[in-house]
Write a protein that binds this ligand. Structure first.
Ligand code: FAD
Length: 653
């Protein structure tokens, strides 16, 4: 972490100085903001945390409840979400507090006594090298707390507005055509009802440039833009409970899948703190058109079902901290914004939906919260770039195209996974009766662990993902997939760090220049690239960095050398890689990295062509946008020219 750039200040460096004159939207009954976020679940909070990095953007987050969440629904935090939380600066807090899912065990009916269960296998939960982060489990409300802290500590000092319920939302039709003379700058009009004591029923109006519905599966924003969730329910009730219990079941501190002969199936997930654990328990089959609420299932019934299916083990519940019943439904919307497909080329989206408002999954696969926060991370930097005049509004169109495909993949996986989990295991004595083969169940689970880790998302080429012409130069940094971090040594202070951790949630682009054997010495391809970026009128840094801003304010260039750091002569490092910044022109010593001799060589494990090197362009949401030759200046410039706007050409967003 870097601080004191513009002068020493005796304060907590994690709390940004409040921006002068910036105010959270006033308590007026009519107000205007740049972005209105509806819903303070994990999706809305992630988006707000991302936008709070830009104090010049006014944001209001409305939440209908009176206060922050205390007990959560989701608890699984995937490796990929942890990588994202690292960018927001709180991954280490989760690492300390959470349960780490190291291994999963599999239980099935004992063939000698089918009413009893026996362990049939175990597997490592995250394959080696998949991510530098583990898969962890933590109360969703704690994740909310960390995101709220990011917002509170930002220069924006952003806080949600509680006790506000969205009643209606419309988009001023005059803004439909891009460039229309009558287009309003704040075309979204939302009517809000207050529910706090002393103001119940009072109606407020908020006008916004953009609105984002993060308001969950029953999203009012989704309905207001005429979108619907499509899909079906599996007519199967499940119960979930977080319990403190005494049991002789030996795998109570492992994630465990349990298939029983006649008592339904279950999933046990240990929780943070060492004692608490969660159980998902298969309950009643529902008839067509029946909803789970009709069954009036109680927590006592959940406990009794768990006691039956854990036999021969005992299960003595001392406290139920939280419980719920639900039915499985995999549903997805046809679009994630308010613009019909046919008008996409001429109409700027003004309203977006994200998270459960767009897609719902079964909770057991642990995908809901993770997919939802990934939606928000994808959208946040794009909205910020457009609102700050740094990118064309066409960038916003990639949100729907990227996230919808990913959500559909996850739903297909979840469908298969839920089907298997709701099917009784095969009885070897009666194979014709059907059922799922426990070995096949374990095989499927193990095969799909990459999905669960959240690292399989792969965006197709578009405005911000290049065609894969040069992918062979770095086969381990796949274009359209998240930047797969690897260890390196920071040159100037020999600190061992993860290269991916230099990508913060600050809206900036990163160019990682992987050097040829000559390093950054005069005459080397990296030196020539630096010269181009520093001086050429075609350089995206020269074109898109606002006058007076630090050289890395928009595009942050870093170099990775093949040699161990002690073998690199500091005289060979160009000034461009030790840039002068801030009001004193202090030098930034965190732009050059070397291979880490105590870890795996980043060039080897990410398949980087040692002879030719390459440039890896990484988006603000940590996805690889392009892999290019070190001397592909025209392609590099053309990539950014396709969507970025020069500072003087800033349009009204
Ligand atoms: C029992 C259960 C267990 C789960 N376990 C997991 C898990 O292990 N891992 C996982 O990844 N996911 C899990 N999920 C799914 C996960 O909880 C959701 O996917 C996630 O919460 C979605 O986040 P969201 O912010 O999109 O929506 P939500 O969390 O539903 O948040 C929406 C917010 O919008 C507010 N809101 C709604 N309407 C309005 C309105 N009109 N005006 C103002 N505010 C409004 C709501 O009060 C709420 O705070 C689970 C879900 C359930 C039910």
């Amino acid at each position: 972490m870097q601080f004191y750039l513009n002068g020493f200040q005796a304060r907590d460096p994690f709390i940004s100085p409040a921006r002068d004159g910036h105010a959270t939207p006033a308590d007026a009954s009519e107000r205007a903001v740049d972005v209105l976020i509806v819903g303070g679940g994990p999706t809305g909070l992630t988006l707000a945390a991302q936008l709070s990095a830009f104090p010049e953007i006014t944001v209001e987050l409305l939440e209908q409840t009176a206060e922050p969440l205390v007990l959560g629904k989701a608890d699984g935090v995937s490796c990929r979400s942890m990588e994202m939380y690292e960018a927001f600066g709180f991954s280490e807090k989760i690492l300390k507090e959470a349960y780490w899912v190291n291994e999963t065990t599999f239980w099935r009916p004992d063939e000698r006594r089918r009413e009893h269960i026996v362990r049939s296998g175990r597997t490592q939960d995250v394959e080696d090298g998949l991510s530098e982060f583990p898969h962890v489990v933590l109360n969703q409300a704690r994740v909310h707390d960390f995101l709220l802290e990011v917002m509170r500590n930002s220069a924006s000092r952003l806080e949600p507005t509680y006790s506000r319920k969205l009643v209606s939302l419309i988009v001023d039709a005059s803004s439909a055509d891009e460039g229309a003379a009558s287009a309003s700058t704040h075309p979204v009009v939302a009517r809000i009802e207050r529910t706090d004591p002393g103001h119940v029923g009072e109606i407020e109006t908020i006008r916004a440039r953009y609105a984002v519905g993060c308001d969950g599966a029953r999203s009012a924003v989704r309905q207001s833009i005429g979108r619907a969730l499509h899909g079906d329910f599996a007519n199967q009730a499940w119960g979930v409970m977080d319990v403190l219990a005494v049991t002789d079941f030996p795998d109570v501190r492992f994630k465990a899948t349990i298939l029983t002969a006649n008592e339904g199936n279950a999933l046990l997930i240990p929780r943070e703190g060492g004692y608490l654990f969660r159980m998902y328990v298969e309950m009643d089959k529902l008839s067509d058109n029946e909803r789970v609420g009709d069954r009036k299932i109680t927590s006592d019934r959940l406990v009794a079902a768990a006691q039956r299916l854990l036999k021969p083990y005992t299960f003595d519940v001392k406290e139920v901290a939280w419980w719920s019943v639900y039915e499985i439904g995999q549903r997805i919307t046809d679009g994630f914004d308010d613009v019909p497909e046919a008008e996409a080329d001429r109409r700027r989206p003004r309203v977006f939906i994200a998270g459960d408002a767009c897609h719902t999954h079964s909770p057991k696969a642990g995908l809901g919260m993770n997919t939802s926060v990934a939606d928000a991370f994808n959208l946040g930097w794009k909205l910020a770039a457009v609102l700050r005049g740094a990118a064309s509004w066409r960038l916003l169109k990639t949100y729907t195209s990227e996230r919808r495909t990913g959500a559909q993949d996850l739903i297909d996986h979840d469908h298969e996974w839920s089907r298997m989990f709701s099917t009784p295991p095969k009885d070897p004595a009666n194979p014709d009766a059907g059922g799922v083969d426990p070995a096949e169940f374990q095989r499927y689970f193990t095969e799909k662990l990459r999905h669960t880790a959240g690292v399989t998302t792969h965006y197709r080429p578009n405005l911000v993902v290049a065609e894969s012409t040069h992918q062979h130069l770095a086969t381990g940094f796949v274009q359209g997939m998240r930047f797969h971090s690897a260890p390196v040594i920071r040159y100037w202070d020999a600190k061992s760090i993860h290269l991916g951790h230099t990508v913060k949630a600050d809206g900036r682009w990163r160019l990682f220049a992987f050097a040829t054997p000559e390093g950054a010495a005069p005459g080397s391809p990296v030196r020539a690239l630096c010269d181009f970026l520093d001086a050429s009128p075609a350089s995206p840094i020269r074109r898109y960095t606002p006058r007076g801003a630090d050289v890395d304010a928009v595009i942050d260039v870093r170099a990775v050398l093949q040699q161990p750091h002690r073998e690199v002569d500091s005289a060979t490092i160009p000034p461009f890689l030790v840039p002068a910044k801030g009001r004193y022109g202090l030098q930034d010593y965190e732009k050059v990295f070397c291979v880490d001799p105590r870890a795996e060589d980043i060039f080897a494990i990410r398949g980087i062509d040692r002879a030719r090197g390459c440039v890896v362009v990484v988006r603000p949401d940590q996805f690889v946008a392009a892999v290019l030759p070190l001397d592909a200046y025209d392609e590099l410039a053309a990539f950014f020219d396709a969507f970025m706007l020069a500072p003087e050409a800033v349009p009204v967003p």
